[in-house]
Design a protein around this ligand. Structure first.
Ligand code: MTE
Ligand code: HPA
Ligand code: MOS
Length: 751
């Protein structure tokens, strides 16, 4: 039950876009991008680039046969800027050459004359100038304005959270291959083959059925290839159409890091009110989302921020306001958690601030406000099938929090320059795409007449193990060995109208579609069997571990002979199925509804040791109680938990994207952008699934796992603050992530 791809990965045999054998005559492309954050194009000088040996052509916006448009949620983004460019790194032209080095060298020879325009990088400044994308969102419940009167304590503050680079191991890229009668076949590293298909079709001005997109697997996506794989495929497709030759475009790592969008930075204001018993009575929050230059998925991400503004708590009076602000940075995009982490960081900061001023522990406030089953979130949905309070108390008990806190106190008394800190982080994350229509999937299952099985769905394998999960589903329903089952590439000609593999729902949606298709095949075969064997009509047939059973007793038929017979008797051995998550809806006028199939909940405890002479820290332990339903591939789910937490921890502490005041990304290499390494991994990671209860709405009783663990990582911020306050109780506390070593060190010694 290991990840399907592991053996291939370890041997270096997995095929990524860059590993595909190319047809003879394939050309290579490289992108010329804007050298400043905003400006008006006066004129290009391509002469030096075109004079280079091996350069075939340079394409700009004027050569696009269809629309120069790649925006999906809002149609605001050109494939190539034509008159005005709006961020540093925005594509302006594409060089096509005989080999990749020539193409990349030629890009450097292009000269652009432009008139610089003033740029805005800060979301609040953009907001003040009226630069808003989409509409302002207001989610509320109760009556906040009246509630303040009943609050004994009121605190307010400002919270900043920074961008995060996806750093998928495989950079963005695509290959376009010309087929007959103008059709184009695209091989892409995308989480959303249908979005790639649509973008290429729109840019070329052709119907969707002229474009076939095929995806074997990704070397990671993390949301960075939900919308931002489209442009490169469209460029390769455009060049392919123009030159009638296969064209390959892969971004180099520094270019990928410099020009693609990141996790959205947010700047937020909060106000929180509590009564005598530390019950939170009122919470008000404003989010300024830094969207970058174009909409991309920003409105959907802002919406998920709104859904998660109260995290795991019940707060009776809430008003949250969110705006997506247009700035002159690369368009920011989906990233694990999709706006949820940003909202949770603000609330946990508010809770920490209240606790600090009231001189109690954050846990005292957290514990008193956890949402109970039947209580509502501000968007109207009630919590069900989840025991948030149980998770929290089991975590506290199981991991002996009281004893740990005493130990930390003692340690901090005994050590002057080394301090320990602990924080507890509850997480409650909604599962389903917030855009309701995306919650659907298709599966196409073939049983070949030797008994082997091929499964096609819309799911994209990107390291999260969805292929292995689908194999388990098919194996489970057909009751055959997983060895017989192959998960095919994701291909728009086999499965159409694919939702992105995102929102943690890849396994749920595609798993249910696969389950239904396999059930159809199984039932069809079982029903037909008596007609072409000497077995009786009546009675109950069932396949168990590749054997046919009749009324509980084993027959002489096994899987292969059954399939051979079915085929010769002309029983269809292919099934297609569609699945749509039932009973979800959302009314955007009222901002109320049931947007999620369910919630995933849990609690993390994070413990660190801080070296107060250096500002460096060590992760001692991360301990989780995570309600994941009944996991049917525990090794994969454990991997998702561990990887997710670490990615969250590093977002909060070390990953720092720095833009110059001119909007240039100064951290586009691993020498300037710090990611976690072996030494950043927590000394101990303990994971407990509170009740291995079958979760009926999930697939095979499990719950979605991809994104929720990321948010346990947020606790690290408060564990570090606690250690810092142990060293310098008079310290000025800031909520400004990432809390890098430099910020820790200066914070420790401020007065
Ligand atoms: N795990 C790995 N190894 N690589 C990835 O790119 N993406 C994450 C998560 N886990 C990712 C990952 C994100 S952002 C999502 S939404 C889910 O996986 C998507 O896959 P799922 O829906 O199958 O869980
Ligand atoms: N998550 C990820 N991607 C999405 C979502 C979501 O909730 N909604 C639309 N695209
Ligand atoms: Mo994940 S951010 O929904 O791809």
């Amino acid at each position: 039950m290991k990840n399907y791809d592991i053996n291939l990965h370890v041997k270096g045999q997995s095929l990524f876009v860059d590993d595909i054998s190319l047809p003879v005559g394939t050309l290579h492309a490289a992108v010329f991008t804007a050298p400043a954050s905003r400006g008006l194009v006066r004129q290009f000088d391509f002469s030096e680039a075109l004079a280079m040996n091996g350069v075939e052509k340079i394409l700009t916006a004027s050569e696009i046969p269809g629309q120069n448009q790649i925006g999906h949620v809002i149609h605001d983004e050109p494939l190539f800027a034509r008159e005005e460019f709006e961020y540093q790194g925005q594509p302006l032209a594409l060089v096509i050459a005989k080999d990749v080095n020539t193409a990349r060298q030629a890009v450097k020879k292009i000269r652009l004359e432009f008139d610089p325009l003033p740029a805005v990088l800060d979301p609040r400044e953009a907001f003040d100038k009226g630069q808003i994308i989409g509409k302002k969102r207001v989610f509320s419940c109760g009556n906040v304005d009246e509630a303040w009167e009943n609050c004994k304590y009121i605190f307010s503050g400002r919270v900043e959270s920074g961008p995060q680079e996806h750093l998928y191991l495989e950079p963005q890229g695509a290959i376009a291959i010309p087929m007959e009668s103008g059709r184009i076949r695209i091989i892409s590293s995308t989480q959303s083959p249908s979005a790639v298909q649509k973008t290429v079709a729109v840019v070329l001005g052709v119907a969707l059925n002229q474009i076939e997109v095929d995806v074997m697997r990704l070397g990671g996506g993390f949301g960075g290839k939900e919308d931002q794989a489209n442009a490169w495929a469209a460029m390769a497709g455009l060049a392919c159409k123009k030159l009638n030759k296969p064209v390959k475009l892969i971004l180099s790592r520094p270019v990928d890091m410099a020009i693609t969008g990141k996790r959205h930075p947010y700047s937020s204001d909060f106000k929180i009110g509590l009564n005598d018993e530390l019950k939170i009575l009122a919470y008000e929050v404003q989010y300024y989302q830094n969207a970058g230059a174009y909409a991309d998925l920003s409105p959907a991400i802002l919406e998920r921020t709104m859904f998660h503004m109260t995290n795991s708590y019940f707060i009776p009076n809430v008003r949250g306001t969110g705006v997506s602000c247009k700035t002159n940075l690369p368009p920011n995009t989906a990233f694990r958690g999709f706006g949820g982490p940003q909202a949770m960081f603000v609330l946990e900061s508010a809770v920490f601030e209240a606790a600090r001023q009231l001189k109690v522990s954050s846990m005292e406030i957290q514990k008193k406000n956890l949402i109970a089953e039947g209580e509502s979130f501000p968007y109207g949905m009630k919590l069900k099938n989840n025991n948030v309070q149980n998770n929290f108390f089991i975590a506290l008990q199981r991991y002996n929090l009281d004893a740990k806190l005493k130990k930390v106190l003692k340690f901090n008394e005994e050590n002057a320059n080394i301090k320990k800190g602990i924080a507890v982080m509850p997480v409650c994350f909604g599962i389903s795409f917030t855009s309701t229509f995306l919650n659907q999937a298709n599966a196409l299952v073939h049983i070949y007449n030797d008994g082997s099985v091929g499964v096609s769905t819309g799911a994209i394998e990107m390291g999260q193990g969805v292929s292995e999960k689908l194999r388990m589903v098919a194996s489970n329903v057909l009751s055959i060995s997983p060895e017989r089952i192959r998960i095919e590439s994701t291909n728009t000609a086999r499965v159409a109208n694919i939702s992105p593999t995102a929102a943690s729902s890849g396994a749920d949606l595609n798993g249910h579609a696969t389950r239904i298709a396999c059930e159809q095949l199984r039932d069809r075969i079982l029903k037909a069997i008596p007609a072409f064997t000497k077995l009786p009509e009546e009675g109950k047939y069932l396949i168990q571990e590749e054997k046919l059973f009749h009324d509980g007793s084993e027959t002489s038929l096994d899987w292969e002979s059954m399939i051979g017979l079915a085929y010769r008797n002309r029983i269809g051995l292919t099934a297609q199925a569609h699945y749509a998550t039932p009973d979800i809806f959302f009314d955007k006028e009222r901002e109320k509804g049931i947007p999620f199939a369910y919630h995933v909940t849990g609690t993390g405890i994070l413990e660190i040791t801080l070296d107060c002479m250096r500002g460096t820290f060590q992760m001692d332990a991360v301990e989780l109680v995570h309600d994941g339903g009944k996991s049917f591939v525990p090794l994969i789910d454990k991997g998702q938990l561990e990887g997710g937490v670490l990615q969250g921890i590093s977002w909060m502490t070390m990953e720092e994207v720095v833009y110059s005041d001119k909007g240039k990304n100064l951290t586009n290499m691993l020498s300037t952008y710090k990611i976690p390494d072996m030494f950043s991994v927590p000394g101990e990671i303990r994971i407990h699934f509170p009740e291995a209860d079958v979760y009926p709405d999930g697939i095979l009783g499990s719950k979605a796992i991809g994104e929720p663990p990321f948010m346990y990582g947020i606790g690290i911020y408060f564990a570090i603050l606690n250690a810092m306050l142990g060293f310098n109780p008079a310290m000025q506390v800031k909520y400004d992530a990432p809390l890098t070593n430099e910020k820790i060190l200066t914070g420790l010694y401020n007065k």
